[in-house]
Each structure stands twice: as structure tokens, then as C-alpha cells.
Design a protein around this ligand. Structure first.
Ligand SMILES: *Cc1c(COP(=O)(O)O)cnc(C)c1O
Length: 420
């Protein structure tokens, strides 16, 4: 592969063109393995950012894509519908928390978030009580487009650079109680105060349920989420749950909201929706909310991307959800969680390590100091694993199909490389 061309002409996620870091050429991916151009096989600890939950090149997903490709890859969704979309939305309505029965299909996670925020704004506009603020949490992450960025942690989303372009929303302190800690009622006080103070302007609360992902890999207490639901009900504010990272089993529940037994008013899913095959997302709400949205001046919901409901993506998503419906993920994720609980505490004894934490098929090692990316990335590749840290965080979220021996290779590589 022409890696020089890549370095000189191609942008990768969040990279500098002045000091580009090396990229590793991958030629194939099967099961839990990524194959490099030189034939090296790496055990994947990332699921390509939460998405490849069943592993790569899964026979059922590949077959679904090929079958659909022979029928049609894409048709417009305006005025046209098709079996893959109908099947997919039926499944989503059936599997998501109670009351979520109206689906908007979108292209990517960030767009699903934009759609959710627009739904909330149109909802209040239609009711004749326009509200323009969102309440969210520090350390949150909701995507890279403008509205998504405006509700993402100010430090991560570079609010200072985009000042003037980004609407200013309200941030409450993120939860301090870890998932496994004892609940502390003080944890909710800042959120509760901010809602009390600003609720008349707040269209919706948006948060990542239970796991704050890209904003710090924080695993928080279910009671926090229960309190948020209750407070939103008390003040008549909509609740948007961004399940894009954690939906479809990652935390040990099909959706992270289930840890708190709550149902949001609007929910976003993405990432693992197609089992990591292609981009697709969905924003799901209640018929009552959708009807209110459409009762306003506009007479409809003002959104409709070109590739909405792409049949190819829907067909693969159906195959991925069918695998989930067989319910093996539950034992797989539980086994991963048990093994992380066994193997991560040893890593916590290392000098460089501040804390380890885990939930479901997510393992997090927080360091005292940020890693040297180029160095540690090469060290992981040399150890035969694909783990991509950011800042002070080394974390893994492997495909659910990973074996116990393969998972041990991941945790051993982390131990060895941090023990230097
Ligand atoms: C990744 C992510 C997004 C954005 O999804 P993209 O597909 O990258 O646009 C939004 N919210 C959360 C919680 C995410 O993890």
C-alpha cells in the first residue's frame, strides 16, 4: 500500500497533516482478527469503535449484504418504502424500551443526534412554547456535527474555537458515582439545580446512559439516570438517550437505559446497528411526540437525508439484529465482564495506572499521564493486538465473540506494555 500517499494526502480521524502518525495497513478482517498487509494478525480490542460486535466478515451479515446487493443497493426513501426498512423498524420498535415506536432512519450517529435535537425543538415549537436550550453533562460526547458538538463536553469539542458558531447550552456536572459504587444523593444535585433554574428554556436533556464514552469512558451509577428521568418528568422536559456507543448489548443489557429501568422520550442508536458493516443510525421516539412535532406550522418533521433508509444498510442491520435475537450475546458479554473483573485488578497495581473499571464488554484502564500514541500503538501491534488508547485512557471493547484466551491476550498485552 502506498503509505506515503496516505500520510501526505489523506486525513484520518482527528489527525494532523503536519505531524501525521503512522497508519497500519489492514487488508482483511475475519472474526476477531485484523490482518495487516505483511500478514500479521492482530486480535481486535476495539470492535472498530463499538461497531463490529459479532466480529468481522460474519457469514450471516456478509450473506445478507450480498443478497440485498443483487436486488437493489439504494432507492430514495421519499415516497418509496421497502422490506429491509420495514423489517428493521419493526425489530427496533420491538426491542427498544417501552413506548419508543416511531423510527427515523439516518446516516450516522452524529446525524441521529441532530435529528433528535431537531425533534425536541420542533416539538416545543409546535406546542407554542418554543424552547432553545439543551441540558447535558460534562464529559459527554454526542458527535462531530455542529449541534452534536454543542452538547459535547466543552473541552473535547473545542467550544472555544467554534465560539460564535455553536449555540451555548447548559452543562451539569457529570456523575461521580461509579457504576459499582454506592449511590450518593449529592451526585444529582448540580443537575437538579440546573434543571430547576432553567427548565422553562430547556427543550430536552441529552445524555449517554450509564457509559460516557469518548468524553472519558466513565461508567456511572444507574440511580443517576433514574433521577434524571424523574426530574425530566417533574419539569416536563424531554429526555434524549444517546445509545449510539452502548446500544445492542455492550453493557450487558440490550440498551443501557435498562440498567435504570427507564424509557427515554427519544433514543439514538448507531454504531453497532449494522454489526459494523456500514454506516446507519436511527432516532426513535413516541408516536405522541412525533404527532406533536408534525402538528406545528411546518406540518412535518424537517429532515430527510438522500441516503435515508438505505436498503443495503437496513438488510445488514436486520441480519445483525437477528443474531442478537438468538440471545447468545448475553452469555458472551457476561463472560467478558467476569473475565475483565478477574484480570483488570492486576493491571491496577501498576505504577502508571490510576484506576481500572469495567462493565459488560467494556474494560477501561485510566493512567496518571497521557500515553505517547505512536509508541504505544506500535507496542500493541508488536504484541499482536489492536488497542487504540486516547489521552490517559487505554480501553477495550472487543467483539462479543472473543474467546477467553484471546481476551487474555488483550489484557496481558496491556499489562506488559504499561509495566515498562
Ligand atoms: C460515536 C458516537 C456518536 C457519533 O456517531 P458517528 O457515527 O461517529 O457520527 C454520537 N454519540 C455517541 C455516544 C457516540 O459514541
Amino acid at each position: 500500500m502506498d503509505l506515503d500517499f496516505d500520510q501526505q494526502h489523506i486525513w484520518h480521524p482527528y489527525t494532523s497533516t503536519i505531524t501525521p502518525l503512522p497508519c497500519y495497513p489492514v487488508t482483511e478482517a475475519h472474526g476477531v482478527y485484523l490482518t495487516l498487509e505483511n500478514g500479521t494478525q492482530l486480535i481486535d480490542g476495539m470492535s472498530s469503535w463499538w461497531s463490529a460486535i459479532h466480529g468481522y466478515n460474519h457469514p450471516q451479515l456478509t450473506a445478507a449484504a450480498k443478497t440485498q446487493l443483487d436486488k437493489m443497493s439504494h432507492v430514495m426513501f421519499g415516497g418509496i418504502t421497502h422490506q429491509p426498512a420495514v423489517d428493521l423498524c419493526k425489530k427496533l420498535v420491538a426491542m427498544t424500551p417501552q413506548g419508543l415506536d416511531t423510527v427515523f432512519l439516518a446516516d450516522s450517529g452524529s446525524v441521529a443526534v441532530e435529528v433528535a435535537l431537531k425533534m425536541a425543538l420542533q416539538y416545543w415549537h409546535a406546542k407554542g412554547e418554543p424552547k432553545s436550550k439543551f441540558l447535558t453533562l460534562s464529559h459527554g460526547y454526542h458527535g462531530d456535527t455542529f449541534a452534536a458538538m454543542s452538547v459535547t463536553d466543552p473541552d473535547n469539542s473545542m467550544h472555544s474555537i467554534y465560539k460564535g458558531f455553536l449555540p451555548e447550552h447548559i452543562f451539569a456536572d457529570s456523575p461521580q458515582c461509579n457504576f459499582w459504587d454506592e449511590w450518593n444523593e449529592n451526585d444529582i444535585s448540580d443537575f437538579s439545580n440546573k434543571l430547576a433554574q432553567h427548565h422553562q428554556q430547556i427543550a430536552a436533556v441529552i445524555l449517554e446512559p450509564i457509559v460516557q464514552g469518548a468524553g472519558g469512558m466513565r461508567l456511572y451509577h444507574p440511580t443517576y439516570l433514574r433521577r434524571v428521568r424523574k426530574l425530566c418528568d417533574d419539569y416536563g422536559v424531554l429526555l434524549i438517550a444517546d445509545e449510539i456507543a452502548v446500544g445492542f448489548g455492550r453493557t450487558g443489557k440490550l440498551f443501557a437505559c435498562e440498567h435504570a429501568n427507564i424509557s427515554p422520550d427519544i433514543m439514538c442508536v448507531g454504531k453497532a446497528l449494522t454489526g459494523g458493516y456500514m454506516t446507519l443510525s436511527a432516532t426513535i421516539t413516541h408516536k405522541k411526540i412525533a404527532d406533536t412535532v408534525c402538528s406545528g406550522d411546518a406540518g412535518c418533521f424537517m429532515h430527510g437525508p438522500t441516503f435515508m433508509g438505505n436498503p443495503l444498510a437496513c438488510a445488514v442491520a436486520n441480519a445483525s439484529l437477528e443474531i442478537l435475537e438468538q440471545n447468545q450475546w448475553q452469555q458472551q458479554v457476561a463472560a467478558i465482564e467476569a473475565q475483565l473483573a478477574n484480570e483488570l485488578p492486576k493491571i491496577e497495581t501498576l505504577e502508571k495506572v490510576k484506576q481500572v473499571r469495567w462493565l459488560g464488554a467494556i474494560g477501561v484502564i485510566e493512567l496518571h499521564q497521557a500515553v505517547n500514541m505512536a509508541e504505544i500503538q506500535q507496542a500493541f501491534v508488536n504484541a499482536g493486538v489492536w488497542i487504540r488508547p486516547f489521552g490517559c485512557l487505554v480501553y477495550i471493547m472487543p467483539p462479543y465473540i472473543i474467546t477467553s484466551a484471546q481476551l487474555s491476550r488483550l489484557t496481558q498485552a496491556i499489562y506488559q506494555i504499561l509495566n515498562t
